[in-house]
Design a protein around this ligand. Structure first.
Ligand SMILES: NC(=O)c1ccc[n+]([C@@H]2O[C@H](COP(=O)([O-])OP(=O)(O)OC[C@H]3O[C@@H](n4cnc5c(N)ncnc54)[C@H](O)[C@@H]3O)[C@@H](O)[C@H]2O)c1
Length: 441
């Protein structure tokens, strides 16, 4: 073990231990901001770096843009001086450890868009100093940390594992989950060298409940991809089961609920209008892309993606069938979409299947309104959409109501009572029947 490594490692471990380390977060979104707060609450001075002035100014004013972080909680750590946000790149120099949580979207071609990681890594390399720990948290293909991040640090004259420490640790945040949060969700950590794993584990152990060290950055990168591919494939399976059950005239929800009574060997997944969010629709494609470069086709990933992406079209077909019973064409009908966020009780609509459903219905000439208690408005394809009040008239005047997201605050009995017909993609109206005195003529 090089003397340099021992000194740098010891110094950093001591700073983490006595909380004198300055911790940095690059990218203050759904992942970065909750993590910044955990570090601040553990007693560290935390600097958040983000390229968006809007985000930075809002956070310094104590206003949270992330549902899982309350403005009160944020304002308290800003006021105490434990957290500050900046868009000044030179402040990266003050940091002893940096966690990177920048976006990893897909390009139109479904190839990884690495521009955010590259920009963040370049900014860090320009400001890096001996003794610095860098942990990539953004979901990405296996090999990113070693093949893309490490060379940038070494080009800056820093030897990874000796002068600086580099690791990957996947973020597992589940926005809106009342039980599992940044603090109590186990954190997987894999470093370029054992020393990198050790210091990165010490960083997270300072404020998170459980650390799971693994043997390499590639392992840690793959853990995240396995987790999200597992979900994508299982959701694809139940979505196909929904199609199967429709053809057989069987209630898929009854089948799933009964299967879920098996105490072993079965895990419950539910069908829906398609998958959304920043993770499940995208992450498996990072792995598929990587494997294509190695001349291997990831068949499960491709098939699940194919089935899941067909679901919005199936929803539109179900709406058309429902209207047909009333002798109405889609063209000219009023359709009210309930819920546009990609999952219940959150405000995130990235990759939401509601967008596809609305677009396809509008393409067929339907007049579409939406109601979502968490999403006041959104812009898509140059059009501004605004949530309508869920007044009685909104329900009674719709030719069809389609539940895309089953937000808890909606009174589904009222929806059933007042709507002409309901297409329910989430089983939110299970067991509800129209109250006799509310029947619509
Ligand atoms: N949202 C989730 O539920 C979730 C869960 C697990 C993992 N992830 C992964 O975590 C990563 C971040 O996702 P997110 O949802 O927090 O994204 P986000 O869009 O909410 O936040 C990213 C932030 O990074 C900033 N940013 C972009 N480029 C930057 C740069 N070069 N330097 C500094 N800041 C920059 C943006 O302005 C934005 O504020 C992604 O790889 C995602 O796949 C997300």
């Amino acid at each position: 073990m090089a003397a340099e490594e021992i000194t740098m490692k010891k110094r950093l471990l001591t700073k983490l231990e006595d909380r004198s380390a300055c911790l940095g977060i690059v990218g203050l979104g759904y992942v970065g901001l909750p993590l910044a707060l955990e570090f601040a609450k553990a007693g560290f001075h935390v600097i958040g770096y983000d390229v968006s002035d809007r985000v930075v100014n809002g956070l310094n004013a104590g206003k949270s843009h992330i549902q899982d972080v309350s403005s009160d909680e944020l304002a308290a750590v800003v006021k105490s001086g434990k957290f500050e946000a900046t868009s000044d790149e030179s402040r990266l120099r003050e940091m002893d450890a940096i966690s990177i949580a920048v976006p990893t979207p897909l390009a139109k071609t479904r190839d990884p868009d690495m521009t955010y990681i590259i920009a963040a890594a370049d900014a860090i390399a320009r400001n890096a100093h001996p003794g610095l720990l860098i942990v990539l948290e953004s979901t990405t293909y296996p090999g990113t940390t070693r093949e893309l991040m490490q060379p940038k640090l070494e080009a800056a004259g820093l030897t990874v594992g000796e002068d600086v420490f580099l690791a990957f640790s996947p973020e597992r945040v589940d926005p809106g989950n009342p039980v599992w949060n940044t603090k109590n969700t186990p954190k997987v950590v894999g470093g370029i060298t054992p020393a990198c794993t050790e210091v990165a584990s010490a960083l997270y152990a300072s404020c998170l409940s459980r650390i799971v060290p693994v043997s390499s950055t590639e392992t840690a990168e793959l853990v995240k991809l396995l987790e999200n591919t597992f979900r994508s494939v299982n959701i694809g399976l139940v979505n196909e089961m929904q199609i199967v059950c429709d053809k057989l005239g069987v209630n898929v929800w009854e089948v799933i609920d009964a299967a879920a009574t098996k105490p072993f060997g079965f895990m419950k997944f539910t069908p829906g209008p398609g998958i959304g969010g920043h993770c499940i629709p995208l992450d498996p494609h990072y792995l598929a892309w990587k494997m294509r470069t190695l001349n291997y086709k990831t068949r499960f990933i491709d098939l699940a993606s194919e089935i899941n992406s067909e679901m919005p079209q199936l929803v539109v077909e179900r709406v058309a069938q429902a209207l047909n019973i009333d002798r109405k064409p889609v063209n000219g009908s009023r359709v009210l979409v309930l819920g546009v966020a990609y999952k219940k009780d959150i405000d995130d609509m990235r990759e939401s299947p509601a967008l596809d459903v609305i677009r396809m219905l509008e393409e067929q000439g339907a007049k579409v309104d939406y109601h979502d208690p968490h999403v006041a408005s959104f812009r898509e394809d140059g059009h501004e959409h605004h949530s309508v009040d869920l007044a009685d008239a909104a329900l009674t005047s719709a030719d069809a109501v389609v539940i895309i997201t089953d937000h808890s605050s909606i009174d589904y009995q009222r929806v059933v009572d007042l709507s002409r017909v309901v297409v329910d993609t989430r089983n939110a109206t299970a067991g509800l029947v129209k109250s006799a005195d509310m029947a619509i003529a």
